[in-house]
Write a protein of this length. Structure first.
Length: 278
């Protein structure tokens, strides 16, 4: 994987850093695994704007991803590594021995022609294989982790993300998540071996405002530039600082804890993530 810095032949390309896409093997997606996406523009079913700063952007088609990895014991061959406009990670097309095709999130180092399998019983812990946390060796780097058995992968799915299996005790496994949080998860939950692909994503620089518009992101208004009727940090004579940082509802921002002390999942969190001292 690599990134390229473009020559400044236009003002928008002066600071632009683009992905080399070395890992991508084809630019044609599998048609049977495509689905339409309708743009909402941030509006709900009544046409009311519920999410600001969304809208426009390039037309996309959804790639149906197999997050559950529920084809047990049937080997599959990696047919291609592809770009997915709907996520930061790359995706891999699998051809199963029974003829079915499915997309999965591609792990770092996954190669075309490689065989992967999803197995309940002990399988070899090789990159791309999916298995329950109970059968994965301790210390293994994992990604695409379930939170509840059969739910499908919900954690460590974005580009370059990975977790680490630290311990097992009883019916729970202890894992260190990408945020730094250490959490207990049921050992029956399935995870995939290896870190997620496209770790260079964090090095990319848009270079111009138009790049965000292509992605469907509209310009965000700073709270201090608003009026008092719109935001607690708005108003004031001249260029006011806005006072203490607050959300639109008036709650303190930047480090104020909002998590409930009686939340049911608190007992599964062994150690909270480390936050930067303000």
């Amino acid at each position: 994987m690599s990134v390229r810095k473009l020559k400044p032949i236009t003002p928008g390309q002066r600071f632009r850093v683009v992905n080399g896409y070395d890992a991508i093997t084809t630019d044609k997606p599998e048609k049977s695994l495509l689905a339409p996406i309708k743009k909402s523009g941030g509006r709900n079913s009544q046409g009311k704007m519920t999410m600001r700063y969304k809208g426009g952007g390039h037309k996309r088609r959804y790639r149906v991803i197999d997050f559950k990895r529920d084809k047990q014991g049937i080997p599959a061959t990696v047919a291609s590594i592809e770009y997915d406009p709907n996520r930061t990670a790359f995706i891999a097309l699998l051809n199963y021995q029974d003829g079915e095709k499915r997309y999965i999130i591609a792990q770092n180092g996954l190669q075309v022609g490689q065989n992967v399998v999803s197995a309940n019983e002990a399988a070899s812990p090789e990159i791309g294989n999916a298995m329950p946390l109970a059968n994965i060796p301790l210390g293994t780097v994992i990604s695409c982790i379930e939170l509840r058995p059969g739910q499908g992968a919900v954690m460590a799915r974005s580009a370059g993300a990975f977790a680490q299996l630290l311990a097992r005790e009883g019916k729970y496994a202890t894992i260190k998540l990408p945020s730094g949080e250490i959490r207990r998860v049921l050992s029956l939950c399935i995870a995939t071996i290896g870190a997620v692909s496209n770790s260079d994503h964090q090095l990319m620089v848009g270079g111009k405002a138009g790049r965000s518009r292509w992605l469907g992101i509209r310009p965000r208004t700073r709270p201090v530039a608003m009026n008092p009727v719109d935001h607690p940090m708005g108003g004031g004579e001249g260029r006011a600082s806005g006072g203490h940082p607050r959300s639109r509802k008036g709650l303190p921002a930047k480090g104020f804890k909002t998590r409930s002390r009686t939340k049911a999942s608190n007992k599964y969190i062994v150690e909270r993530r480390k936050t930067r001292k303000k």
